[in-house]
Design a protein around this ligand. Structure first.
Ligand code: ZN
Length: 297
């Protein structure tokens, strides 16, 4: 919602810093910022030091400020556009070898491949022979871990992850992808969190230590400790896309209270998972000794 930029100084500043984010195709700015704000307190001291060292000056030492950045360079770095999502051939499952490629068929050019690639680049931190711009690697990684948790970023090829499914969100015409990027979050912020992003983040954190506490250990399970579990996250997303996002959301349908109330818990949980898993990945990269489990507050 545009008025948020006017009402909240933090959004105003961000929208100046991160000007002209293209519309669509990513958790909205709010979703990315929230996931990264959830990650921040879980970074170990050593990890935080490396992260702050890599962040650009404009970030003021705060990871969350750079998390929407990748959306602003989709056109400058055209090759990066397919790295925000995965398309499946209309099925509710995901296979890296079948689905993780760009439109030219180049393997690895999808959000799961990008997470693994930027993670590997960041392992070169502190190595004099590193040849990558690790500031950009960090900014991409922090963004893509958010994207892969948005269920419709792992959606069907035919409808471009819900982008071509036109719906009404209450009385406003939009598309299904945008509902999941932004509308559900914005409506929740307005109705429950006084239009304040930090208040919503606090609400999600309470669930992490409360209602979801027993699940949280499972969120951290990852077979491949050196890389990431990006493939698992993608598989979760396409399942959620089928069970929640696409369900009851046909072309030209109107989505309102029923849809909102039953989908909001999923949106909040995916933001929480994105945050915790980003912290886990960063701790593994920068502080391998203390990275086995996410530290509690
Ligand atoms: Zn994105």
């Amino acid at each position: 919602m545009e008025f948020l930029s006017l009402r909240l100084p933090v959004f105003f500043l961000l929208s100046v810093l991160i000007a002209k984010a293209p519309f669509g195709d990513a958790w909205g700015k709010e979703g990315h910022i929230m996931a990264c704000k959830i990650a921040e307190p879980y970074l170990t001291e050593k990890t935080l030091k490396a992260v702050v060292d890599l962040l650009p000056e404009t970030a003021g030492g705060e990871l969350s400020t750079i998390c929407p950045w990748a959306d602003t360079v989709r056109f400058r770095y055209r090759w990066s556009s397919p790295l925000h999502y995965i398309n499946t051939p209309g099925v509710c499952n995901y296979k890296y070898s079948r689905d993780c490629h760009n439109s030219h068929g180049e393997a690895g050019m999808c959000v799961a491949g990008a997470i693994n690639n930027y993670t590997n680049q960041l392992y070169g931190y502190g190595n004099p022979s590193n040849q990558y711009n690790l500031t950009e690697s960090l900014m991409f990684l922090a963004h893509f871990v958010g994207d892969i948790h948005q269920p419709l970023h792992v959606g069907f090829q035919d409808d471009e992850g819900g982008n071509t499914i036109i719906v009404h969100w209450y009385r406003r015409k939009t598309n299904l992808h945008h509902v999941w990027d932004s509308s559900i979050i914005e409506t929740a912020m307005r109705d429950y969190y006084d239009n304040d992003l930090d208040t919503m983040v606090e609400g999600i954190k309470l669930n992490i230590t409360g209602g979801w506490a027993e699940d949280v250990d499972n969120w951290q399970n990852c077979q491949n400790k050196r890389a990431t579990c990006a493939n698992d996250y993608a598989e979760e997303s396409i399942k959620l896309a089928c069970d929640y996002a696409y369900k009851d959301a046909e072309q030209n349908s109107t989505l309102e209270d029923d849809y909102f109330f039953t989908r909001l818990p999923t949106v909040k949980k995916r933001i929480a998972q994105a945050g915790l898993r980003l912290a886990l990945i960063l701790n593994r990269i920068f502080d391998s000794e203390n990275s086995q489990q996410i530290q509690s507050y």
